[in-house]
Design a binder for this molecule. Structure first.
Ligand code: UDP
Length: 238
């Protein structure tokens, strides 16, 4: 256990990561696969917290574009993240893990309220925490929620799972000569105008010098490899 380079980490997954090949909602096979990865990393001795987005169900900005009040849309988006968190909790528990969903908005018939000290205690006891509802306010994203919670719980690393295996100088899906960075400082990300996460989330992570690794979730064993110090994807640091 002591060989792990990172002791406490926060994994950010987008809601779309749960969709698999579907256009909407949750693919149970994908959920099971991600849960297995998380449990494997937990078994290696790391304390793990998760933040899952809601984009597979609702995003406030998308609903507002269709004419809905933005705040109501964002509240629906936050509830979508609670749905995803409950689904992941179920998948983790089915595989024998201990897990707690903690929400930034009060919905405590279905999960706990987020209380930092309680979250840290859960992690110390080996439970996997899923922080739902982002920061609990409209006009934010779950990237902000992930950066905020990672800083609050004293995570050694923010793991940002994406569809591509790191940060490139240009979109690798459009340009065959795109080059992947092994590591970047926060200042270099800004200078190069690279899109890593939204501005509010980026500012929070940068101001707190939170190290972040951007990687492709769909490589088997990838979380454990990162925890063991393998340079998978791109590291962003102060
Ligand atoms: N959301 C919000 N405040 C937060 C986090 C999320 O209002 O602190 C809403 C917002 O509408 C957002 C939606 O929840 O679009 C889903 O979150 P996000 O877009 O971050 O999900 P992802 O893109 O990671 O799937």
């Amino acid at each position: 256990m002591s060989e792990l380079v990172y002791r406490r980490v926060l994994l950010k997954l987008s809601g779309e990561a749960l969709m698999g090949d579907e256009d909407y909602g949750i693919d149970p096979k994908i959920l099971g696969r991600i849960a297995t990865e998380v449990i494997e990393a937990r078994a290696a001795g790391a304390e793990i917290a998760l933040v899952i987005g809601g984009g597979n169900i609702f995003r406030g900005a998308g609903l507002a574009a269709g004419g809905m009040d933005r705040v109501t849309g964002d509240q629906m988006g936050m509830l979508a993240t609670v749905i995803n968190a409950l689904a992941m909790q179920d998948a983790l528990e089915k595989l024998g893990a201990k897990c707690r969903v903690m929400s930034a908005i009060k919905i405590n018939d279905v999960c706990e309220d987020y209380i930092r000290r309680r979250a840290v205690r859960h992690l110390e006891k080996g439970r996997i925490c899923i922080f739902a509802a982002g920061v609990g306010s409209p006009f934010f994203t779950t990237d902000s929620g992930a950066a905020l919670r990672a800083i609050e719980i004293g995570a050694d690393l923010l793991l940002k799972a994406t569809k591509v295996d790191g940060i490139y100088d240009k979109d690798p899906n459009k340009h065959s000569d795109a080059v992947r960075f092994d590591d970047l400082t926060y200042d270099e990300v800004l200078q190069r105008n690279l899109q890593v996460m939204d501005t509010a989330a980026f500012a929070l992570a940068r101001d707190s010098a939170l190290p972040m690794r951007v990687f492709d979730m769909y490589q088997p064993g990838v979380i454990s490899r990162i925890l063991n110090g393998e340079p998978v994807g791109t590291l962003v640091h102060a």
